[in-house]
Design a protein around this ligand. Structure first.
Ligand SMILES: NC(=O)c1ccc[n+]([C@@H]2O[C@H](COP(=O)([O-])OP(=O)(O)OC[C@H]3O[C@@H](n4cnc5c(N)ncnc54)[C@H](O)[C@@H]3O)[C@@H](O)[C@H]2O)c1
Length: 262
């Protein structure tokens, strides 16, 4: 199948089985849709069965999509999830650690619960999911894509817990790439501000500032003077997940409209 422009099917994930966490969120939904378009069988993972059913109805691809409820920050939930996936699919080729949460607060106002919550989902969740699913890649050329952030590369004001967790994801990616080589590739993506429910709720954490003004200020931080779209991030993830990226491992790749360039 030929490689064509944005939005067209390339078949780069034909025959692959992919697990995508945070599947019912902004970038997770886009990932499920695009990975399916690219030929993968997708197991979407998130917290709400109702949202998962709505996603399955929306995607309408029958047996190529399954939804599983699991909290990625719970070891027992993740181990059970991997057992269910193994029983139904045998093994997997791709793990997309996309689930995450965000806190937009000054370091001195961040509570211990907020710190723990963000680290449990973002950093520990990435570790637990990888530990449970890497064995399901045995005998295959596996690919793991972790979602870091521009906040994993540079400091974002009022986001210290988020930056610490995302910086952790980036270095965890490199350490796991070393441990899991040569058969499994592990890479991270570092998105800039992307139009999703997470970003919209972050805009509302700026008291007294109209949402439109905050949105414009975020957009202006990018060389391209705009907020990115979920599809623009997921197309990179689909490439990293595929065999086309066969010599890329341990990398952190920015998809940020130039945010971290200057
Ligand atoms: N939107 C941005 O600007 C931006 C920028 C850089 C990185 N990111 C990262 O991209 C990823 C996706 O974010 P998004 O913007 O689509 O956010 P989102 O809030 O729309 O989606 C996140 C999803 O993760 C799920 N989730 C949260 N905790 C979970 C848990 N314990 N177990 C399983 N699922 C859980 C949520 O239910 C939600 O569906 C996150 O890791 C986020 O930190 C987002």
């Amino acid at each position: 199948m030929s490689t064509t422009g944005n939005g067209s099917r390339t078949g780069r994930l034909d025959g692959k089985v992919a697990v995508i966490s945070g599947a019912t969120g902004g970038m997770g939904r886009a990932a499920c849709r695009i990975f399916l378009e690219e030929g993968a069988t997708v197991i979407g993972v998130d917290l709400s069965a109702k949202a998962g059913q709505a996603l399955a109805d929306e995607l309408d691809v029958g047996k190529r999509f399954a939804f599983e409820v699991a909290d990625v920050s719970s070891n027992s939930a993740v181990v059970d999830l991997a057992a269910r996936v193994k029983e139904r699919f045998g093994g997997i080729d791709v793990l997309y650690n996309n689930a995450g949460t965000c806190v937009g607060k000054h370091v001195l106002e961040t509570t211990e619960e907020e710190w723990d919550g963000i680290h449990d989902v973002t950093l520990k969740g990435t570790f637990l999911m990888t530990k449970a699913f890497a064995p399901l890649m045995a005998g295959r050329k596996g690919s793991i894509v972790n979602v870091s952030s521009t906040g994993g590369l540079v400091a974002l004001p009022n986001m210290s817990a988020y930056c610490a967790a995302k910086g952790g994801v980036l270095l965890l990616t490199k350490a796991m790439a070393a441990d899991l080589a040569p058969d499994i590739r592990v890479n991270a993506i570092c998105p800039g501000a992307i139009d999703t429910p997470m970003l919209t709720s972050l805009f509302r954490e700026f008291p007294g500032q109209p949402e439109a003004e905050v949105r414009q200020a975020f957009a202006d931080g990018h060389l391209q003077k705009r907020i990115g779209e979920a599809d623009e991030v997921v197309r990179l993830s689909a490439f990293l997940a595929s065999d086309e990226a066969s010599f890329i491992t341990g990398a952190g790749v920015s998809v940020d409209g130039g945010f971290t360039t200057t």
